[in-house]
Design a binder for this molecule. Structure first.
Ligand code: PLP
Length: 422
C-alpha cells in the first residue's frame, strides 16, 4: 500500500469526532422525522387536509373525521373505544383524570420516559412514585413495582420504551390484585404485540395512551388517543377533553373540572391517513432493524434489545459495556459525528432528577403536591446505570434504505471498535 493510501486509510478509521472522515457523507443525512425524508406524509394527507378545509368544519366536536379516527383506531388496536385528544401528554392526563386519584394518592411510573408520562400526575395533585426498570429493556420491573404498591397507590403507568412491550401481563396481575388501574403509555409502541402473536400494547391495561407527535411512528404534528374497553372511562375521558360538557345529552352543562384537550378535524383527518400507513411503517422498521442486528450482533461489549417479534423500533437501543458517563456521552457524540444521529442515555438524567420534580413549583410556592417527597439520586440504580453509563439510542426510521442501514452498521462498528475495549 502506498503511503498516500495508508494515510487515507488511517483518515477513514479516525473517528469523525476527532477529525476523521465520517462514515456518512454529511451532505446526505439519514432520513429524519424532522423532514419529509423520514415521514410518510403524501397525497393521502394532502387530500385529507383539503377535504376538511373544503367542508368548512374544522372542529372535532361537530365534524366527522375525529369521530371516524377514534372508531378506526379502536378497531385497529382491538379495544371497544378510543378517545381523541391534543397530545400524548393530554392522553396521559385523560387517563389519570379518569382514574380520579385523591390528592396525595400515588401513581407508579418508570424513570426513563418522556416527561409527558409524569406531569399529568402532578396536574391531578397525585404523587409520581418511580419504580426501577429492567436492565436490558428499560421497561418497568414488575418486582420493583410490586414492592412499591401501597395503600395510596391508585395506578401504574407502564411505558413500552422505544417500542419494546413492557411486561404488561404481569403488571396487570399485580394491579388487579391490588384493585388499581394499569395505564399503558404506548406513545413509542404502535402495533406492538405484548407477546408473540398476542394482543397489542394498549389493550392489556384498562387504558392505553398514544401520541401523534412529530417523532412518532405516525404523526399529525401533535395529537393523542386513549384506548379502553370501559364505557365509563371512555365517557369520563371524552368529557375531560371537553370542559366537562356532556355533549351526548345535548345539554349545555359543565359536570366536573376538565380542560379543553380536543383534537381538531385537520389533525383527525391527517391521523386517519397516517393510520393507513402504520402497518407498513412498523414492518419496514422491523425489517431494517433485523438487518442491522444481524450485522452488529457479534460486537463484543454490545447488547442488542431482545426481540420476540414484538419490538416496533421507535428508537434502536444499544447497550454498551465498560463506559463511564463521559465515555457514554462521547460514544453518542461520535456516532452522531459519523452521520448516525444518536443520543447517549436517551435522557440527560432519569425523570426524577429533573428540576420539575426536584424543585416543586407546580402550584405557586406551596410545594404542592410534592411537599415532603424527595427524589434523591440513587432512587432507581438500574435506570441510572442505563442513562449514565450503558444506553445509546439511534432514532429508527421506516424510510431507511439498505444503503442507509449499511452506513449505520459501519458507523456503529467504527465507533464501538474505537471506544469500547474488546
Ligand atoms: C413514552 C412517551 N410518553 C408520553 C409522551 C408525550 O407525548 P406528546 O409529546 O405527544 O405530548 C411521549 C412523547 O413525546 C413519549 O415518548
Amino acid at each position: 500500500m502506498s503511503v498516500d493510501r495508508q494515510e487515507a486509510g488511517e483518515a477513514v478509521q479516525r473517528l469523525a469526532i476527532d477529525g476523521g472522515t465520517p462514515v456518512r457523507d454529511p451532505g446526505r443525512p439519514l432520513p429524519s422525522p424532522l423532514t419529509a425524508s423520514g415521514r410518510t406524509i403524501g397525497a393521502e394527507e394532502e387530500d385529507a387536509v383539503l377535504r376538511v378545509l373544503r367542508s368548512g368544519m374544522l372542529s372535532g366536536v361537530w365534524g366527522t373525521e375525529v369521530k371516524a379516527l377514534t372508531e378506526e383506531f379502536a378497531a385497529l388496536i382491538g379495544t371497544r373505544y378510543a378517545v381523541a385528544c391534543s397530545s400524548g401528554t393530554a392522553a396521559i392526563h385523560l387517563a389519570v383524570a379518569a382514574v380520579d386519584p385523591e390528592p396525595g394518592d400515588e401513581i407508579i411510573v418508570p424513570p426513563i420516559s418522556d416527561m409527558g408520562t409524569v406531569t399529568p400526575i402532578l396536574a391531578q395533585n397525585a404523587i409520581p412514585v418511580f419504580a426501577d426498570v429492567d436492565p436490558v429493556t428499560g421497561n418497568l420491573d414488575p418486582d420493583a413495582v410490586a414492592a412499591l404498591i401501597g395503600p395510596r397507590t391508585r395506578a401504574v403507568v407502564a411505558v413500552h420504551l422505544f417500542g419494546k412491550p413492557a411486561p404488561v401481563a404481569r403488571l396487570r396481575e399485580l394491579t388487579d390484585r391490588a384493585g388499581i388501574v394499569l395505564i399503558e403509555d404506548c406513545a413509542q409502541a404502535y402495533l406492538a404485540p405484548v407477546r408473540p402473536g398476542g394482543p397489542l400494547a394498549g389493550t392489556v391495561g384498562q387504558l392505553g395512551c398514544f401520541s401523534l407527535q412529530q417523532y412518532k411512528h405516525i404523526t399529525a404534528g401533535d395529537g393523542g388517543l386513549v384506548t379502553t374497553d370501559d364505557p365509563d372511562l371512555a365517557l369520563r375521558m371524552r368529557r375531560f377533553a371537553d370542559k366537562g360538557w356532556p355533549r351526548e345529552t345535548g345539554e349545555r352543562g359543565y359536570l366536573h373540572y376538565a380542560l379543553n384537550y380536543r383534537m381538531t378535524e385537520l389533525v383527525g383527518a391527517v391521523a386517519r391517513a397516517q393510520l393507513g400507513k402504520l402497518p407498513g411503517v412498523v414492518e419496514r422498521r422491523r425489517a431494517s432493524a433485523a438487518a442491522f442486528a444481524a450485522k452488529v450482533a457479534g460486537l463484543p461489549g454490545l447488547t442488542l434489545p431482545p426481540d420476540d417479534g414484538d419490538h416496533v423500533y421507535w428508537y434502536y437501543p444499544l447497550l454498551v459495556d465498560g463506559l463511564d458517563e463521559a465515555g457514554l456521552r462521547r460514544y453518542g457524540a461520535a456516532l452522531t459525528a459519523e452521520g448516525v444521529p444518536a443520543l447517549a442515555g436517551y435522557l440527560a438524567r432519569p425523570l426524577y432528577a429533573e428540576p420539575v420534580l426536584r424543585t416543586p413549583l407546580t402550584y405557586g410556592r406551596s410545594g404542592y403536591p410534592l411537599a415532603g417527597h424527595e427524589y434523591p439520586d440513587g432512587l432507581c440504580p438500574v435506570a441510572e446505570d442505563l442513562v449514565y453509563r450503558r444506553l445509546v439510542v439511534v432514532p429508527w426510521n421506516e424510510n431507511f434504505t439498505d444503503a442507509d442501514v449499511d452506513d449505520i452498521i459501519a458507523g456503529v462498528a467504527k465507533v464501538h471498535g474505537a471506544l469500547v475495549a474488546s
